[in-house]
Ligand binder design. Structure first.
Ligand SMILES: NC(=O)c1ccc[n+]([C@@H]2O[C@H](COP(=O)([O-])OP(=O)(O)OC[C@H]3O[C@@H](n4cnc5c(N)ncnc54)[C@H](O)[C@@H]3O)[C@@H](O)[C@H]2O)c1
Length: 338
């Protein structure tokens, strides 16, 4: 099989490329990535010379690039991870989010229709459902929960999902969509909560937490996410949406305290900063459908998964050290004003 992965130099896409090549060495994998600030080829160093792996630098929103690639490679399966993915950046610059996340998805759908694929899989997010009240622990997002977005990022992802469903209904394109909760694990760009806090704690720097730190996120190890996508590609039903999550709800403050404990750093490093605009309160996925219909279950427990992730950052300082450029430091200062 020939699989086209977009955004494979990013966090989840990069983990998926490793996962797929390890578990399906008979397949050919093409990775199309623009290499924005979030893309890092260092993540793929150990596999870049494999004969069944090919990297193509290019923009999913550029029709010529995408159609030329499809004409040449005629992939059997497309998995679209490529996206502008950071909520804070979407608040400052919504336009690039609409271009990549909406227009880029449409270009990939068009190409998948013109050069018929066996499956087009869209990587979406639980953020398309909006948020849940903190005090209603009984509520969870199911696949039937209405789309109700909060940020330009989630609005762009929801728009892309609607397009994917329209291409199924209108043109019969064999699509699937997965909506996953927050991921953590190796190769996570250090502007996101967990790697940001690990690296700052290691450097004895202040740890900026939005508001009171009581926002709740539902954490899933990235390898469990990759395994769920594999299940959907192999056994998922065309036209269906699958929620992916592992019932690992934690407040941001709990996560940061757990990191400090693992690294033996004092809680006095925590510094509460002005809350994010429109900050979602709680995300919580109900994964019953994927568990019952496809027999998927997460293998990682959050506490041990987090400890392993901290250990990964400790032994891969070169990977993240190279990212901590002046531009990146400037961005963190502007965003969190610590
Ligand atoms: N990180 C999470 O916790 C999470 C949770 C649920 C869903 N998702 C979704 O998973 C996907 C991957 O997320 P991530 O955290 O790995 O993101 P990321 O920001 O780490 O990686 C995105 C990748 O896409 C590439 N890219 C950006 N614009 C592109 C374009 N126009 N053309 C080609 N490549 C482009 C970037 O270079 C980067 O390599 C996204 O679609 C995101 O919405 C993420």
């Amino acid at each position: 099989m020939k699989i086209l992965v977009t955004g494979g130099a990013g966090f989840i896409g990069g983990n998926f490329v490793h996962y797929w090549l390890q578990n399906h060495p008979e397949d050919q994998l093409i990775n199309l990535d623009l290499l924005t600030y979030a893309g890092n080829l260092e993540t793929l160093k150990t596999i870049e010379t494999l004969p069944n792996y090919q990297f193509v630098q290019g923009d999913i929103a550029d029709r010529d690039t995408v159609f030329t690639l499809f004409e040449r490679e005629k992939p059997d399966v497309v998995v679209n991870f490529a996206a502008e993915s950071h909520v804070d950046r979407s608040i400052k610059d919504p336009e690039s989010f609409l271009r990549t996340n909406v227009l880029g998805t449409m270009v990939l759908l068009e190409a998948s229709k013109a050069y018929p694929v066996k499956r087009y899989h869209q990587i979406s997010t639980d953020e398309v459902y909006g948020d849940l009240p903190l005090e209603r622990k009984d509520l969870f997002f199911t696949e039937q929960t209405p789309l109700h977005t909060s940020s330009p990022y989630s609005a762009s992802k929801a728009s892309a999902d609607l397009l994917v469903q329209a291409y199924h209904r209108t043109y019969g394109l064999p699509v699937t969509i997965s909506r996953c909760s927050n991921n953590y694990g190796p190769y996570h760009f250090p502007e996101k909560l967990i790697p940001l806090m690990i690296i700052r704690a290691l450097n004895h720097e202040k740890l900026p937490i939005y508001g009171k730190g009581d926002n709740v996120r539902d954490w899933l190890h990235v390898e469990d996410h990759c395994r769920a996508i594999e299940k959907i590609l192999k056994e998922g039903k065309e036209g269906e949406v699958y929620n992916i999550g592992g019932h690992n709800e934690r407040t941001n403050l709990q996560v940061v305290k757990a990191i400090l404990k693992t690294l033996d750093r004092p809680e006095s490093l925590i510094s509460f900063v002005t809350d994010r605009l429109g900050h979602d309160r709680r995300y919580a996925i109900d994964p019953t459908k994927i568990e019952q219909e496809l027999g998927w279950k997460p293998r990682y427990n959050f506490d041990t998964g987090l400890q392993q992730t901290v250990a990964w950052y400790l032994s891969n300082k070169d990977w993240w050290g190279n990212i901590l450029t002046g531009e990146y430091r400037e961005y963190i200062k502007e965003t969190y004003t610590v």
